[in-house]
Write a protein that binds this ligand. Structure first.
Ligand SMILES: Nc1ncnc2c1ncn2[C@@H]1O[C@@H]2COP(=O)(O)O[C@H]2[C@H]1O
Length: 416
Protein backbone atom coordinates (compact mmCIF):
# COMPACT_ATOMS: atom_id res chain seq x y z
CA UNK A 1 0.00 0.00 0.00
CA UNK A 2 1.52 3.35 -0.98
CA UNK A 3 2.40 5.58 1.96
CA UNK A 4 -0.07 8.41 2.43
CA UNK A 5 1.40 11.66 1.10
CA UNK A 6 1.49 14.27 3.75
CA UNK A 7 0.59 17.82 2.75
CA UNK A 8 3.47 20.17 3.56
CA UNK A 9 2.48 23.68 4.48
CA UNK A 10 5.08 26.34 3.78
CA UNK A 11 4.44 29.19 6.22
CA UNK A 12 3.77 32.56 4.66
CA UNK A 13 6.91 34.64 4.56
CA UNK A 14 9.36 31.74 4.87
CA UNK A 15 10.64 31.99 1.32
CA UNK A 16 11.07 35.76 1.59
CA UNK A 17 12.83 35.39 4.89
CA UNK A 18 15.26 32.76 3.61
CA UNK A 19 15.91 34.67 0.41
CA UNK A 20 16.79 37.77 2.37
CA UNK A 21 19.01 35.78 4.65
CA UNK A 22 20.89 34.30 1.70
CA UNK A 23 21.28 37.74 0.14
CA UNK A 24 22.61 39.06 3.45
CA UNK A 25 25.17 36.23 3.66
CA UNK A 26 26.34 36.86 0.11
CA UNK A 27 26.45 40.63 0.44
CA UNK A 28 28.44 40.50 3.66
CA UNK A 29 30.83 37.93 2.20
CA UNK A 30 30.41 35.74 5.30
CA UNK A 31 33.08 33.07 5.57
CA UNK A 32 32.07 29.37 5.99
CA UNK A 33 33.40 29.50 9.56
CA UNK A 34 31.36 32.57 10.37
CA UNK A 35 28.11 31.28 8.89
CA UNK A 36 26.55 29.84 12.04
CA UNK A 37 27.35 32.90 14.12
CA UNK A 38 26.07 35.18 11.38
CA UNK A 39 22.81 33.22 11.10
CA UNK A 40 22.32 33.28 14.87
CA UNK A 41 22.78 37.05 15.03
CA UNK A 42 20.74 37.71 11.91
CA UNK A 43 17.67 35.85 13.14
CA UNK A 44 18.07 37.13 16.70
CA UNK A 45 18.03 40.70 15.36
CA UNK A 46 15.06 39.93 13.15
CA UNK A 47 13.19 38.55 16.12
CA UNK A 48 14.08 41.53 18.30
CA UNK A 49 12.94 43.91 15.60
CA UNK A 50 9.60 42.18 15.34
CA UNK A 51 9.16 42.07 19.12
CA UNK A 52 10.17 45.68 19.58
CA UNK A 53 7.61 46.68 17.08
CA UNK A 54 4.82 44.47 18.35
CA UNK A 55 5.32 45.71 21.90
CA UNK A 56 4.32 49.16 20.69
CA UNK A 57 6.88 50.66 23.03
CA UNK A 58 7.93 53.41 20.64
CA UNK A 59 6.11 56.60 21.20
CA UNK A 60 7.64 59.09 18.85
CA UNK A 61 10.15 59.27 16.13
CA UNK A 62 11.86 62.58 16.58
CA UNK A 63 12.43 64.54 19.74
CA UNK A 64 11.29 68.13 19.29
CA UNK A 65 12.91 70.81 21.36
CA UNK A 66 10.43 73.42 22.37
CA UNK A 67 12.93 76.28 22.02
CA UNK A 68 13.36 75.55 18.33
CA UNK A 69 9.71 74.71 17.82
CA UNK A 70 8.72 78.18 18.89
CA UNK A 71 10.28 79.33 15.66
CA UNK A 72 8.92 76.58 13.54
CA UNK A 73 5.20 76.08 13.56
CA UNK A 74 5.27 73.39 10.89
CA UNK A 75 7.34 71.10 13.00
CA UNK A 76 4.74 71.10 15.75
CA UNK A 77 2.11 69.99 13.28
CA UNK A 78 4.20 67.06 12.18
CA UNK A 79 4.89 65.70 15.59
CA UNK A 80 1.46 64.07 15.70
CA UNK A 81 1.92 62.68 12.27
CA UNK A 82 5.00 60.70 13.17
CA UNK A 83 3.66 59.46 16.46
CA UNK A 84 0.86 58.00 14.45
CA UNK A 85 3.22 56.33 12.02
CA UNK A 86 4.90 54.51 14.86
CA UNK A 87 1.84 52.44 15.41
CA UNK A 88 1.85 50.92 11.94
CA UNK A 89 2.14 47.17 11.97
CA UNK A 90 5.03 44.97 10.90
CA UNK A 91 4.56 43.86 7.32
CA UNK A 92 6.28 40.65 6.31
CA UNK A 93 5.82 41.18 2.62
CA UNK A 94 6.84 44.82 2.66
CA UNK A 95 10.41 45.94 2.97
CA UNK A 96 10.62 44.62 6.53
CA UNK A 97 9.42 47.79 8.15
CA UNK A 98 8.21 51.11 6.93
CA UNK A 99 10.99 53.69 6.81
CA UNK A 100 9.81 55.70 9.73
CA UNK A 101 9.56 52.62 11.89
CA UNK A 102 13.11 51.78 10.95
CA UNK A 103 14.20 55.28 11.85
CA UNK A 104 12.42 55.02 15.16
CA UNK A 105 13.93 51.67 16.03
CA UNK A 106 17.42 52.93 15.36
CA UNK A 107 16.77 55.85 17.65
CA UNK A 108 15.50 53.47 20.31
CA UNK A 109 18.62 51.33 20.12
CA UNK A 110 20.80 54.36 20.49
CA UNK A 111 18.93 55.58 23.48
CA UNK A 112 19.59 52.31 25.22
CA UNK A 113 23.30 52.24 24.67
CA UNK A 114 24.94 55.52 23.70
CA UNK A 115 25.55 57.14 27.03
CA UNK A 116 27.53 54.28 28.51
CA UNK A 117 29.68 53.93 25.46
CA UNK A 118 33.08 55.43 24.96
CA UNK A 119 34.82 54.79 21.69
CA UNK A 120 38.53 54.84 21.17
CA UNK A 121 39.37 55.30 17.48
CA UNK A 122 42.95 54.17 18.02
CA UNK A 123 41.87 50.69 19.16
CA UNK A 124 41.91 47.96 16.52
CA UNK A 125 38.47 47.03 15.19
CA UNK A 126 37.49 43.60 16.45
CA UNK A 127 34.03 43.59 14.85
CA UNK A 128 33.11 40.16 13.54
CA UNK A 129 31.03 39.61 10.40
CA UNK A 130 28.11 38.60 12.55
CA UNK A 131 28.06 41.91 14.40
CA UNK A 132 27.76 44.04 11.30
CA UNK A 133 24.49 45.86 10.77
CA UNK A 134 22.60 44.83 7.67
CA UNK A 135 19.50 46.37 6.11
CA UNK A 136 18.15 44.64 3.04
CA UNK A 137 17.69 46.80 -0.05
CA UNK A 138 16.28 46.17 -3.48
CA UNK A 139 18.19 47.08 -6.64
CA UNK A 140 16.39 50.39 -7.10
CA UNK A 141 17.28 51.43 -3.56
CA UNK A 142 20.89 50.37 -4.08
CA UNK A 143 21.10 52.46 -7.23
CA UNK A 144 19.84 55.53 -5.43
CA UNK A 145 22.10 54.84 -2.49
CA UNK A 146 25.24 54.49 -4.60
CA UNK A 147 24.53 57.90 -6.12
CA UNK A 148 23.87 59.46 -2.75
CA UNK A 149 27.12 58.22 -1.17
CA UNK A 150 29.25 59.56 -4.01
CA UNK A 151 29.21 63.04 -2.51
CA UNK A 152 30.04 62.00 1.05
CA UNK A 153 33.50 63.36 1.84
CA UNK A 154 33.83 61.22 4.94
CA UNK A 155 33.69 58.05 2.85
CA UNK A 156 36.55 59.08 0.60
CA UNK A 157 39.21 57.33 2.62
CA UNK A 158 37.35 54.01 2.82
CA UNK A 159 38.43 50.99 0.82
CA UNK A 160 35.89 49.00 -1.20
CA UNK A 161 35.21 46.40 1.49
CA UNK A 162 34.58 49.11 4.09
CA UNK A 163 32.30 50.93 1.68
CA UNK A 164 30.34 47.74 1.08
CA UNK A 165 29.78 47.37 4.82
CA UNK A 166 28.52 50.92 4.93
CA UNK A 167 26.15 50.38 2.00
CA UNK A 168 24.77 47.33 3.76
CA UNK A 169 24.23 49.16 7.02
CA UNK A 170 22.57 52.32 5.67
CA UNK A 171 18.80 52.51 5.94
CA UNK A 172 16.31 54.79 4.30
CA UNK A 173 14.43 57.54 6.11
CA UNK A 174 11.62 59.68 4.74
CA UNK A 175 11.63 63.28 5.92
CA UNK A 176 8.55 65.47 6.00
CA UNK A 177 8.48 69.28 5.93
CA UNK A 178 9.14 70.61 9.41
CA UNK A 179 10.52 67.37 10.76
CA UNK A 180 13.47 67.74 13.11
CA UNK A 181 16.06 65.24 12.03
CA UNK A 182 18.54 66.37 14.70
CA UNK A 183 18.16 68.65 17.72
CA UNK A 184 21.03 70.75 19.02
CA UNK A 185 22.03 69.62 22.50
CA UNK A 186 20.76 66.06 22.14
CA UNK A 187 23.40 63.96 23.88
CA UNK A 188 22.08 60.66 22.59
CA UNK A 189 23.18 61.12 19.01
CA UNK A 190 22.05 58.14 17.03
CA UNK A 191 22.80 58.36 13.33
CA UNK A 192 24.87 59.97 10.62
CA UNK A 193 22.72 61.14 7.68
CA UNK A 194 23.26 61.38 3.95
CA UNK A 195 20.94 63.57 1.91
CA UNK A 196 19.44 61.92 -1.14
CA UNK A 197 16.79 64.57 -1.75
CA UNK A 198 15.09 67.48 -0.05
CA UNK A 199 16.20 70.72 1.58
CA UNK A 200 17.32 70.73 5.20
CA UNK A 201 17.92 73.88 7.24
CA UNK A 202 20.70 74.02 9.82
CA UNK A 203 20.09 76.14 12.93
CA UNK A 204 22.76 76.86 15.51
CA UNK A 205 22.02 78.60 18.80
CA UNK A 206 25.22 80.13 20.16
CA UNK A 207 25.66 81.21 23.76
CA UNK A 208 24.88 84.80 22.87
CA UNK A 209 21.92 84.00 20.63
CA UNK A 210 18.39 84.38 21.88
CA UNK A 211 17.10 82.23 19.07
CA UNK A 212 18.65 79.55 16.88
CA UNK A 213 20.22 81.12 13.82
CA UNK A 214 19.75 79.68 10.36
CA UNK A 215 23.34 79.16 9.22
CA UNK A 216 23.33 76.66 6.39
CA UNK A 217 21.13 74.55 4.16
CA UNK A 218 21.68 71.15 2.61
CA UNK A 219 20.02 71.32 -0.80
CA UNK A 220 19.55 67.84 -2.24
CA UNK A 221 23.13 66.92 -1.37
CA UNK A 222 25.57 66.61 1.51
CA UNK A 223 25.68 64.76 4.79
CA UNK A 224 25.41 65.72 8.44
CA UNK A 225 25.40 64.43 11.96
CA UNK A 226 29.00 63.26 12.10
CA UNK A 227 30.29 65.63 14.78
CA UNK A 228 28.51 64.17 17.77
CA UNK A 229 29.46 60.66 16.68
CA UNK A 230 33.09 61.52 16.06
CA UNK A 231 33.74 63.50 19.20
CA UNK A 232 31.19 61.95 21.58
CA UNK A 233 29.55 65.28 22.17
CA UNK A 234 25.96 66.62 22.08
CA UNK A 235 24.53 67.57 18.71
CA UNK A 236 26.03 70.89 17.60
CA UNK A 237 23.10 72.05 15.45
CA UNK A 238 19.42 71.50 14.78
CA UNK A 239 18.53 70.14 11.35
CA UNK A 240 14.98 70.64 10.13
CA UNK A 241 13.55 69.35 6.84
CA UNK A 242 12.20 72.33 4.89
CA UNK A 243 10.71 70.10 2.20
CA UNK A 244 9.81 66.44 1.95
CA UNK A 245 12.90 64.41 1.19
CA UNK A 246 14.81 61.20 1.53
CA UNK A 247 17.78 60.54 3.77
CA UNK A 248 20.03 57.56 4.29
CA UNK A 249 20.98 56.95 7.90
CA UNK A 250 23.98 55.09 9.30
CA UNK A 251 23.82 53.88 12.90
CA UNK A 252 26.33 55.21 15.38
CA UNK A 253 28.10 51.94 15.97
CA UNK A 254 28.77 51.23 12.31
CA UNK A 255 29.84 54.83 11.78
CA UNK A 256 32.29 54.63 14.64
CA UNK A 257 33.67 51.24 13.73
CA UNK A 258 34.17 51.83 10.03
CA UNK A 259 34.21 55.54 9.19
CA UNK A 260 35.60 57.16 12.29
CA UNK A 261 39.11 55.78 12.38
CA UNK A 262 39.91 56.71 8.80
CA UNK A 263 38.33 60.15 9.22
CA UNK A 264 40.30 60.87 12.41
CA UNK A 265 43.57 59.97 10.74
CA UNK A 266 42.78 62.10 7.72
CA UNK A 267 41.72 65.12 9.73
CA UNK A 268 44.88 64.91 11.84
CA UNK A 269 47.10 64.76 8.75
CA UNK A 270 45.42 67.55 6.82
CA UNK A 271 44.55 70.02 9.56
CA UNK A 272 48.21 71.12 9.84
CA UNK A 273 48.39 71.57 6.10
CA UNK A 274 45.21 73.64 5.95
CA UNK A 275 46.38 75.83 8.80
CA UNK A 276 49.34 76.95 6.67
CA UNK A 277 47.15 78.22 3.84
CA UNK A 278 46.46 81.93 4.08
CA UNK A 279 43.12 82.14 2.30
CA UNK A 280 41.65 79.40 4.48
CA UNK A 281 42.31 81.31 7.68
CA UNK A 282 38.77 82.61 7.88
CA UNK A 283 37.13 79.23 7.69
CA UNK A 284 35.45 78.05 10.87
CA UNK A 285 36.87 74.93 12.53
CA UNK A 286 33.82 73.04 11.25
CA UNK A 287 34.46 74.14 7.68
CA UNK A 288 38.12 73.15 8.01
CA UNK A 289 37.15 69.69 9.19
CA UNK A 290 34.88 69.25 6.18
CA UNK A 291 37.70 70.38 3.95
CA UNK A 292 40.03 67.75 5.45
CA UNK A 293 37.42 65.06 4.73
CA UNK A 294 37.15 66.17 1.12
CA UNK A 295 40.89 66.14 0.32
CA UNK A 296 42.27 63.24 -1.66
CA UNK A 297 45.93 62.22 -1.47
CA UNK A 298 47.83 61.97 -4.75
CA UNK A 299 51.47 61.10 -5.34
CA UNK A 300 53.47 62.25 -8.37
CA UNK A 301 56.90 61.01 -9.35
CA UNK A 302 59.68 63.29 -10.54
CA UNK A 303 58.86 64.95 -13.87
CA UNK A 304 55.19 63.95 -14.03
CA UNK A 305 52.69 66.55 -15.11
CA UNK A 306 50.22 67.46 -12.37
CA UNK A 307 48.44 70.22 -14.30
CA UNK A 308 48.63 70.69 -18.07
CA UNK A 309 48.37 74.13 -19.64
CA UNK A 310 45.10 74.53 -21.58
CA UNK A 311 43.19 71.84 -19.66
CA UNK A 312 39.94 72.56 -17.87
CA UNK A 313 40.38 73.10 -14.15
CA UNK A 314 39.76 69.87 -12.27
CA UNK A 315 40.49 71.19 -8.80
CA UNK A 316 42.89 72.72 -6.34
CA UNK A 317 46.15 71.16 -5.06
CA UNK A 318 47.85 71.54 -1.69
CA UNK A 319 51.49 70.47 -1.51
CA UNK A 320 51.95 68.02 1.35
CA UNK A 321 55.59 67.33 0.64
CA UNK A 322 58.03 68.01 -2.19
CA UNK A 323 58.38 70.68 -4.86
CA UNK A 324 56.76 71.62 -8.15
CA UNK A 325 57.80 73.75 -11.13
CA UNK A 326 55.31 75.99 -12.91
CA UNK A 327 55.98 76.35 -16.64
CA UNK A 328 54.22 78.22 -19.42
CA UNK A 329 54.42 77.55 -23.10
CA UNK A 330 54.20 80.46 -25.55
CA UNK A 331 54.82 80.25 -29.28
CA UNK A 332 56.18 76.75 -28.80
CA UNK A 333 58.69 77.89 -26.19
CA UNK A 334 58.35 76.44 -22.69
CA UNK A 335 59.67 78.65 -19.88
CA UNK A 336 59.71 78.28 -16.13
CA UNK A 337 57.60 80.89 -14.35
CA UNK A 338 57.60 79.76 -10.74
CA UNK A 339 58.70 77.18 -8.19
CA UNK A 340 56.60 76.14 -5.23
CA UNK A 341 57.32 73.87 -2.29
CA UNK A 342 55.70 72.70 0.88
CA UNK A 343 57.15 75.57 2.93
CA UNK A 344 55.75 78.54 1.04
CA UNK A 345 52.65 78.89 -1.15
CA UNK A 346 51.70 75.31 -0.38
CA UNK A 347 48.88 75.28 -2.94
CA UNK A 348 48.33 75.75 -6.66
CA UNK A 349 45.65 75.38 -9.28
CA UNK A 350 43.25 77.90 -7.77
CA UNK A 351 43.56 80.54 -10.49
CA UNK A 352 41.69 78.63 -13.17
CA UNK A 353 38.98 77.90 -10.60
CA UNK A 354 38.63 81.56 -9.71
CA UNK A 355 38.86 82.86 -13.23
CA UNK A 356 36.85 80.05 -14.86
CA UNK A 357 39.51 79.84 -17.58
CA UNK A 358 41.54 76.89 -18.84
CA UNK A 359 44.80 76.20 -17.05
CA UNK A 360 47.19 79.03 -17.86
CA UNK A 361 50.33 77.06 -17.05
CA UNK A 362 51.59 73.54 -16.45
CA UNK A 363 52.71 72.28 -13.06
CA UNK A 364 55.33 69.53 -12.96
CA UNK A 365 56.65 67.49 -10.04
CA UNK A 366 60.25 68.41 -9.21
CA UNK A 367 61.31 65.21 -7.46
CA UNK A 368 58.69 62.96 -5.86
CA UNK A 369 55.81 65.01 -4.63
CA UNK A 370 52.74 64.37 -2.50
CA UNK A 371 49.69 66.58 -2.82
CA UNK A 372 46.20 66.78 -1.34
CA UNK A 373 43.67 67.32 -4.08
CA UNK A 374 40.31 69.11 -3.77
CA UNK A 375 38.08 68.45 -6.76
CA UNK A 376 36.17 71.27 -8.37
CA UNK A 377 32.77 70.23 -6.97
CA UNK A 378 34.11 70.07 -3.43
CA UNK A 379 35.89 73.38 -4.00
CA UNK A 380 32.61 75.03 -4.95
CA UNK A 381 30.72 73.40 -2.09
CA UNK A 382 33.27 74.09 0.62
CA UNK A 383 35.21 77.14 -0.44
CA UNK A 384 32.48 79.40 -1.79
CA UNK A 385 33.17 81.79 1.06
CA UNK A 386 36.90 81.67 0.38
CA UNK A 387 36.27 82.57 -3.21
CA UNK A 388 35.06 85.91 -1.96
CA UNK A 389 38.22 86.28 0.11
CA UNK A 390 40.33 85.33 -2.86
CA UNK A 391 38.57 87.90 -4.99
CA UNK A 392 38.90 90.56 -2.31
CA UNK A 393 42.55 89.77 -1.84
CA UNK A 394 43.30 89.65 -5.51
CA UNK A 395 46.27 91.96 -5.07
CA UNK A 396 48.01 89.15 -3.27
CA UNK A 397 47.63 87.09 -6.39
CA UNK A 398 48.54 89.85 -8.81
CA UNK A 399 52.23 89.05 -9.03
CA UNK A 400 51.49 85.37 -9.37
CA UNK A 401 48.90 86.09 -12.07
CA UNK A 402 51.35 88.31 -13.88
CA UNK A 403 53.93 85.57 -13.83
CA UNK A 404 51.45 83.12 -15.23
CA UNK A 405 49.56 85.31 -17.68
CA UNK A 406 52.63 87.31 -18.55
CA UNK A 407 50.79 90.59 -19.15
CA UNK A 408 48.97 92.75 -16.67
CA UNK A 409 46.29 93.59 -19.24
CA UNK A 410 45.24 89.96 -19.05
CA UNK A 411 44.51 90.56 -15.42
CA UNK A 412 42.06 93.28 -16.23
CA UNK A 413 40.16 91.05 -18.60
CA UNK A 414 40.03 88.29 -16.01
CA UNK A 415 36.50 88.06 -14.70
CA UNK A 416 36.82 88.10 -10.96
N1 LIG B 1 27.76 75.48 11.42
C1 LIG B 1 27.61 74.24 11.89
N2 LIG B 1 28.00 73.96 13.15
C2 LIG B 1 27.84 72.73 13.65
N3 LIG B 1 27.29 71.70 12.97
C3 LIG B 1 26.89 71.93 11.71
C4 LIG B 1 27.03 73.21 11.12
N4 LIG B 1 26.55 73.12 9.87
C5 LIG B 1 26.15 71.88 9.69
N5 LIG B 1 26.33 71.13 10.80
C6 LIG B 1 25.95 69.71 10.93
O1 LIG B 1 24.87 69.64 11.86
C7 LIG B 1 25.07 68.46 12.61
C8 LIG B 1 24.32 68.38 13.92
O2 LIG B 1 24.68 67.15 14.53
P1 LIG B 1 26.24 66.88 14.82
O3 LIG B 1 26.69 67.83 15.85
O4 LIG B 1 26.43 65.44 15.08
O5 LIG B 1 26.93 67.22 13.41
C9 LIG B 1 26.55 68.47 12.87
C10 LIG B 1 27.06 68.81 11.49
O6 LIG B 1 27.10 67.66 10.70
Amino acid sequence: MPAERQEVHVPDGLRTMLRRFVVAVLRQGVSPQGLTAFAATYFKNLNEEANTHRSGSMTRVVGFREDVLEHNGDAREHRGDFAHRDSETFSEDGNELANMQEFSRQKMRRRQSVSAESFDPSKPDDTSDAELVYHAKDEAQLDRLRKAVQGVFLFRSLDSSQLLKILNALFEVDAAPGQHIIDQGDDNADNFYIVESGIYDVYVKGEQDEEPQLCWEYNNTGSFGELALMYNQPRAATIVARTAGKLWALDRQTFQRIVLKAAFKKRAVYMDLIDCVDFLAELTPYEKQNLCDALQPKVFTDGSVIIRQGDFADGLYFIESGRVIVTRSEDGVEREVDRLDDSKNPYFGELALITARPRAASVIADGDCKVAFLDVKAFERLLGSCLEIMKRNIDRYRSQLEKVFGQSHLLESTEL
